[in-house]
Design a protein around this ligand. Structure first.
Ligand code: CAO
Length: 421
């Protein structure tokens, strides 16, 4: 057994260049020519391979460090005694030149040193490159909008917003590996638990929505003073007991009325590049249900054809089915738009994530009594916080503001919700 340092070899005119990837971990067994780190200058990036076999016993660089020839990258423990070789000792003819036409791996160079020439691939400033890297985007795939195809930060944003599922998945699995420098247990006692299955299943949908859909959220408040007076006065005609209908049933009804007036909110798009959107002629409202297993979103089917009492009964039924894990899987799909209500728990405004493949989601906060300036004076009104997130590719801000206005009308005193109970 012997210990050995692996250093940055002579790779041309690279000096004080940034480490952008660390490809190995402490304790990892590596073979000669396995890539160790990637460094990047303004014009090109280079993967530095190992000059030996062994087990990594210390890592001496991290992402963001600046390195030059001769800097120690790692220390390894090797099983055989090998004469120290570094690319410094390699014949000049075998060294990669910095400027090349394409990404190449040349067989007469130190094996595995891969130079990616950005001057013929993507042209972009280091700041834009860093931005792309942080988003896990391969900048060479981003079409540049400036002169001679130079890539800007907006190009990167547009690319993230429009690229397909597949390319996103490929990129994420190959490029977005973040190695923590310390483990959590380095700082105190920790426990490792399984992530609940429902959370694991929903995570891919959330990631997809968060990274693929350009979200905007409009916040507004609905005056539900009269609605609340009416709701809390409801009694059962037979027993005379108070009816337990939460504000959510009224919000579902009001939403279906607004959806009819604003059909863009009841659509789905697969890929904007296809130039097609699906306009749904049904009104199946998704309800985000908090369960011990994680968040589930069953659909309240044909809510437009149901009265508020029936909506309330079904709401209770489907949320209980979710909590008991007795909901049919199909009932979690095929929605028009989702409502996520934190009104029974607390809080006002938030930024809900659209439930793909839908294009909008309504966040509902807890209604509170507030002093509102009306008719020339401050009066106490019950105000309901609304947070409407929408896919900006399909819905414009003005349309969203109008949608909220309509919803407020439908929850307000002039709406016929009284007839719909
Ligand atoms: N403002 C004020 N009070 C409200 C309210 C609002 N917006 N919404 C509900 N309430 C009241 C109800 O009237 C009820 O009061 P009483 O106990 O006096 O009758 C109480 O809060 C509890 O209501 P609820 O939450 O049990 O019922 P709901 O119909 O409002 O909601 C459901 C049903 C399934 C949506 C809810 O139980 C739930 O799971 N909410 C969490 C959803 C969630 O986690 N969203 C976040 C997703 S993003 O991570």
């Amino acid at each position: 057994m012997s210990k050995k340092d692996i250093k940055v070899p002579n790779i041309g005119e690279f000096k004080d260049v940034e480490v952008i990837e660390v490809l190995i971990k402490k304790g990892q067994k590596i073979k000669k020519n396995d890539p160790l780190i990637t460094i990047e200058s303004d014009k090109s990036s280079v993967e530095i391979p190992s000059s030996d076999d062994g087990t990594v016993i210390s890592l001496n660089v991290k992402i963001g460090d600046k390195v030059s020839e001769g800097d120690k990258i790692i220390e390894i423990e090797s099983e055989k005694e090998i004469k120290e070789t570094s690319a410094r000792e390699l014949p000049k003819s075998q060294l990669p030149k910095e400027k090349k036409k394409n990404d190449v791996k040349r067989t007469n160079e130190p094996e595995n040193i891969i130079v990616k020439d950005f001057s013929t691939k993507a042209s972009a400033s280091p700041k834009v490159r860093k931005f792309a890297r942080e988003l896990g985007v391969n900048i060479n795939k981003v079409p540049g909008s400036e002169r001679q195809g130079r890539v800007t930060e907006s190009d990167v944003k547009l690319f993230v917003a429009t690229k397909s599922d597949k390319s996103f998945k490929d990129q994420n699995t190959t490029e977005q590996k973040i190695e923590l420098e310390y483990s959590h247990s380095d700082f105190g006692e920790v426990d490792i638990k399984d992530i609940p299955r429902v959370k694991k299943l929903s995570s891919k949908y959330l990631m997809n929505s968060w990274t693929k859909i350009p979200h905007v959220t409009n916040h507004d408040e609905a005056d539900i003073t009269e609605l609340e007076e009416f709701r809390t006065s409801l009694t059962d005609v037979y027993t005379g007991e108070k009816k337990k209908i939460t504000p959510l049933a009224f919000i579902v009804k009001a939403l279906t009325t607004s959806l009819k007036k604003f059909p863009n909110f009841n659509t789905s798009i697969d890929q904007i590049e296809n130039g097609k959107m699906t306009v749904k002629k049904y009104y199946h409202v998704g309800i985000a249900v908090d369960t011990p297993h994680g968040l589930m979103v069953p659909k309240l089917r044909n809510a437009d054809n149901k009265n508020i009492s029936l909506i309330s009964t079904e709401l209770k039924k489907i949320s209980q089915q979710c909590r008991d894990l007795k909901i049919d899987k199909k009932e979690l799909f095929g929605g028009s738009m989702t409502i996520t209500s934190l009104g029974g728990i607390g809080g006002s405004f938030f930024t809900p994530i659209i439930n793909y493949p839908e294009v909008a989601i309504l966040g509902v906060g807890k209604a509170e009594k507030k002093q509102v300036f009306m008719d020339g004076k401050f009066i106490t009104r019950t105000m309901l916080p609304l947070s409407l997130s929408y896919d900006h590719r399909i819905i414009d801000g003005a349309e969203a503001a109008r949608f909220n206005n309509d919803l407020k009308e439908n929850l307000g005193k002039n709406f016929a919700y009284k007839l719909a109970v």
